[in-house]
Design a protein around this ligand. Structure first.
Ligand SMILES: C[S@@+](CC[C@H](N)C(=O)[O-])C[C@H]1O[C@@H](n2cnc3c(N)ncnc32)[C@H](O)[C@@H]1O
Length: 450
């Protein structure tokens, strides 16, 4: 049984069907040939294939190419978790943030120690983040009793200062505390992020080490986040429309707030460091839009493309923006919405420049697929394409391109096209009644070759 490394919980992850994908790829790819994973996501497919093939991965999101790049290379970290948190960079950063955010930190510690769900709900709903634009004038005095002077840190000026000086890393504490994470968790994330950045890049081993440690941090952050499904579409909502605390959600949030970065971080580091596979030195991971990627000479020369693009109107950048920001660490401008004539920062705290994929836009999606398949077929490469069918009975999202349309496009460009159903069955609570029912996930593979 080959090892499957799941760094982040991901929508549409193929972690459960890797054997079936590999089996089909083997049938149409020469031994030791080159496979391109054009939409690599969590890198699970790339890393699974990397011990049999040369793998070139690509994804438009930076967190994805960072993760995949580590998974498909022979790499170990020279530095452990304890070295990081004993570093001057970590300690100084943490000390400074603990001073700036002293009042709210002490308040939060009390709330968590006392399991005070009512006060935790109040913190989750307080709207103190980023540049403070969402803090209402009427609540400012009340909130000052909780946040003390640190309430004045949430301004455009301090964001600019932290962004330009870069001596103290404070992005997560300013942007995401009291929502996806606690203040304490954010201070920890910022300080580890700083310690990783401060590792000197004076050798290949050190550059690789930094990347591995970043992958461990991405993993830890996506394990401790307080949200439904462990993504970043929005923080867990602990209060309903009438202001009543939702028992299940607040207990879940309390549990998540107690999680430590250390445990998942160390766990992932151990998994990555104990790998003993030998991968091709020419494996590579790009961060490009799919159309830019297929212009690259080594990609054009590949034997087989594995394609797993998004098929619904949901942009991945909306679900994983916090991971992208953790990698970029660029203090982005956050997205706003207009409501009753007033402008508000959005609850999900999305970056306003997040990538909008044409594959997810109903008016453009079909043309995008057409162009993609045409371009790849013109290189002479074969294609294995994943598709999961939508089904109204299973509450799945409607697809931008249907199975029939896709089959037509593929048949126009390839002499041999087959469709295989590789669904596995699972049990889910039905939304129509409260019974668990057997469902299948409608996973399909299109196999196209010359
Ligand atoms: C279904 S997911 C891939 C999941 C992956 N196979 C796995 O198992 O983890 C689709 C991926 O396509 C990426 N993506 C969306 N639009 C893209 C584009 N135009 N160019 C490159 N990547 C894109 C998303 O960032 C996302 O990671």
């Amino acid at each position: 049984m080959k090892e499957k490394i799941r760094v982040i919980q991901y929508l549409g992850s193929k972690v459960n069907i890797l054997d079936a994908i590999e089996k089909e790829i083997k049938k149409i790819t020469p031994e030791h040939g080159t496979v391109v994973d054009l939409f690599s996501g969590t890198g699970v497919v790339s890393s699974y294939l990397a011990d049999s093939y040369r793998v070139i991965a690509n994804d438009v999101q930076e967190y994805s190419s960072l993760i995949t790049g580590v998974l498909i290379k022979n790499s170990r970290s020279l530095i452990g978790y304890d070295d990081l948190i004993n570093s001057e960079a970590y300690k100084n950063n943490k000390d400074e943030l603990c001073k700036y955010f002293k009042d709210i930190l002490e308040y939060e510690q009390q709330v968590i120690e006392n399991n005070d769900t009512e006060l935790l709900a109040k913190l989750c709903e307080c709207n103190v983040f980023y540049n403070g634009e969402n803090i209402s004038d009427t609540s400012r005095d009340e909130l000052k009793k909780i946040f003390g002077e640190s309430i004045n840190m949430f301004t455009d000026e301090s964001i600019e200062k932290f962004k330009n000086d870069r001596d103290i890393y404070a992005l997560f504490t300013l942007y995401y505390s009291n929502s996806y994470f606690s203040v304490e968790q954010c201070i920890e994330i910022d300080s580890i992020r700083k310690a990783i950045d401060m590792i000197e890049t004076n050798s290949t081993e050190n550059s690789v080490t930094k990347k591995i440690l970043m992958v461990c941090l991405l993993h830890a952050v996506s394990e401790i986040v307080s949200s439904v499904g462990k993504n970043f579409a929005q923080p867990i909502k602990v209060v309903d429309g009438s202001g009543k605390i939702k028992t299940f959600a607040i207990n879940r949030c309390m549990r998540d707030r107690k999680l430590k970065i250390e445990d998942p971080f160390k766990e992932m580091l151990e998994i990555l460091n104990r790998r003993r596979k030998i991968y091709s030195d020419s494996n590579k991971a790009y961060t490009l839009d799919s159309f830019e990627a297929i212009e690259i000479t080594e990609i054009k020369a590949a034997d087989t493309f594995y394609l797993d693009p998004p098929y619904t109107i949901d942009h991945y950048s909306r679900f994983y923006h916090v991971l992208e920001t953790l990698v970029k660490y660029d203090y982005p401008i956050l997205e706003e919405k207009k409501y009753n004539g007033k402008i508000y920062l959005m609850n999900g705290r999305y970056r306003n420049d997040r990538f909008q994929s044409n594959y997810c836009i109903p008016s453009k999606g079909k043309m995008e697929f057409e162009k993609l398949i045409e371009t790849i077929s013109s290189t002479g490469a074969n294609i294995i394409m994943s598709y999961s069918d939508s089904d109204d009975n299973q509450d799945t999202r409607k697809r931008v391109v249907s199975k029939v349309e896709l089959m037509e496009l593929l048949k126009k460009n390839y002499p041999n096209v087959k469709m295989r159903n590789i669904s596995h069955r699972y049990r889910k609570l039905s939304s129509k009644n409260s019974n668990r029912k057997e469902l299948d996930d409608g996973e399909l593979l299109f196999i196209c070759h010359y």
